[in-house]
Design a binder for this molecule. Structure first.
Ligand code: ADP
Ligand code: MG
Length: 487
């Protein structure tokens, strides 16, 4: 059914009635050692252009593709993780087009027999359908030097194994689209399917968006190509939804265009009107036989599947982590790996306390230095040791925070404590003197505690800690206070 192209101005819906409809197409570089159809290495990031090629990558006549079995394993695993049906029978088609970055003049892709289809993931409690996920090869890259009257070609990326996944038009807001992508990245990284780093071009996204009045047919969609950060996806969607809303409200119609995102100007621009599927002249590749994926193959891959973000979230909740923290850590693979490693370094530690340090103090220090966990010298063992020293009462929270910058730079907390004779005063004598002084200075609080208002003891606790310069173990102070107050 074709959607209404325009509304008469008099009955144009107000923006409050309009809702956005979003579908995403995500490309991920698979984490294989060699390319999808040849033995050329995939490790080209940051290397000289055109040094990671071979005759097949260059599209030379007479070369024949050999399918990388590891790429198939990873695609099966990813399909299973997205709740898809994984095909027993799959096939590669040639998608024909001419572009200088594709020397074969066709892309090897999967057309009517994708490796996976009919899946779904859950984002914020909403089910988002996954239409399909298929394997294909990546193109090279045209480089346009500034002001030069020519373009350069780098074929290192040509032949990289890609998985393309397509969602149903079931996302409704830019925020939800960003959360979906965060979940997909975490899923791919947890499985080792892809590094999924948008900055290295390992994860790219095309967005499709339209607006309509709920309950009526969908509006005409616009596609925005090649967004390479989650922030760009969100901004481009916000911009495009506002643009379409303005047009529809004014009674205009949306033309079905393919657009680009201008990062500098923060706006979309028209690249081309969309080509039809027939233009690609898809046909089965005669050099690659159909692929029969046996049930045993699928089960072997399923048995190797590690924990997925949703399972991780459940595990964290069961271990007492706050829901908000479980939500964020479970989709941040470097962070959750670090947290898990710290906990296994000292399984007696309280997960929430460790997470508080990681998400607040450590994350704060890293973001101030524009670093990430991977690039920092902090080890999970050192974080566990620091938190352990606080828990044991050897360090006060204050002292631990003062040591953090050095620990972030690789120092072992236990060594720092030993070398500097740090460690909180647990000498009851000094603490008793401070407690007595605090009680003398605040007899009213003492009265109240003795009259049964135990909370009033807090008014004495602060001054004692202050008198001890923050170097007294809070547990010891509490114990001495209670003893002296006779409660
Ligand atoms: P095309 O024929 O342009 O390839 P598809 O139906 O295959 O379109 O869908 C491509 C993508 O666009 C999918 O992610 C799908 O969810 C999304 N999509 C389809 N229709 C709409 C729509 N009306 N509004 C927004 N997104 C849509
Ligand atoms: Mg399509």
């Amino acid at each position: 059914m074709s959607p209404p192209a325009s509304f008469p101005a008099s009955t144009a819906p107000s923006s409050a009635d309009l809702q956005a409809v979003i579908g995403l197409e995500v490309h991920l570089h698979l984490n294989t050692r060699t390319k999808i159809f040849s033995a050329a290495s995939t490790d080209y990031f940051g290397q000289e252009p055109n040094t990671f090629t071979d005759p097949l990558t260059l599209g030379l006549p007479g070369t024949l593709p050999t399918l990388n079995a590891r790429a198939v394993d990873l695609a099966i695993m990813f399909g299973l993780a997205l709740g898809c049906d994984v095909s027993g029978f799959t096939q590669f088609h040639r998608k024909n087009y001419f572009y200088p970055d594709a020397p074969k003049n066709y892309q090897l892709s999967q057309y009517d027999r994708p490796i996976a289809r009919n899946g779904a993931v859950t984002v914020d409690g909403e089910r988002i359908g996954i239409t399909r996920a298929h394997l294909e090869d990546d193109a090279g890259k045209l480089v346009h030097p500034l002001y030069a009257p020519y373009s350069l070609l780098d074929l290192n990326r040509a032949g990289m194994p890609l998985i393309e996944m397509v969602t149903e038009p079931e996302l409704r807001t830019p925020e939800q689209a960003r959360k979906f992508l965060t979940l997909i990245r975490a899923t791919a990284q947890s499985l080792g399917v892809s590094e999924a780093n948008p900055e290295e071009g390992q994860m790219r996204c095309d967005v499709n968006v339209s607006v309509h009045v709920p309950g009526t047919p969908f509006g005409t969609k616009v596609e925005i190509k090649n967004l390479n950060s989650f922030r760009s996806v969100q901004r481009a969607l916000e911009y495009e939804i506002a643009r379409q809303t303005r047009i529809v409200k004014a009674g205009g119609s949306i033309s079905q265009d393919t657009m680009g995102w201008d990062e500098g100007g923060q706006k979309t621009f028209v690249m081309r009107t969309k080509e039809g599927e027939a233009d690609y002249r898809y046909f089965p590749d005669p050099d690659l036989p159909p692929l029969d994926i046996t049930p045993e193959w699928i089960e072997r891959v399923r048995a190797q599947m590690p924990e997925l973000p949703a399972q991780k979230r459940e595990r964290y909740l069961a271990a007492g982590l706050r829901e908000q923290d479980a939500d964020s850590v479970s989709v941040d693979v470097p962070q959750s790996r670090f947290l898990d490693a710290a906990l296994s370094a000292d399984p007696k530690l309280d997960l929430q306390k460790l997470a508080n340090w990681l998400l607040t103090d450590v994350a704060g220090w890293l973001s101030a230095k524009e670093l990430n966990l991977k690039a920092s010298a902090l080890t999970p063992e050192h974080l566990a040791a620091l938190v352990g020293l606080v828990e044991a009462g050897t360090l006060s929270g204050k002292m631990a925070k003062e040591l953090l910058p050095e620990v972030m730079q690789g120092a072992d907390p236990a060594t720092l404590v030993a070398e500097r004779g740090l460690s909180v005063v647990t000498d009851a004598g000094a603490i008793e003197a401070a407690v007595d002084a605090a009680m003398l200075a605040n007899p009213a609080a003492v009265e109240q505690v003795r009259a049964g208002n135990l909370k009033a003891a807090n008014a004495l606790f602060g001054p004692v800690m202050k008198a001890m310069n923050g170097q007294a173990g809070p547990d010891v102070v509490r114990r001495v206070l209670n003893e002296r107050l006779g409660v």
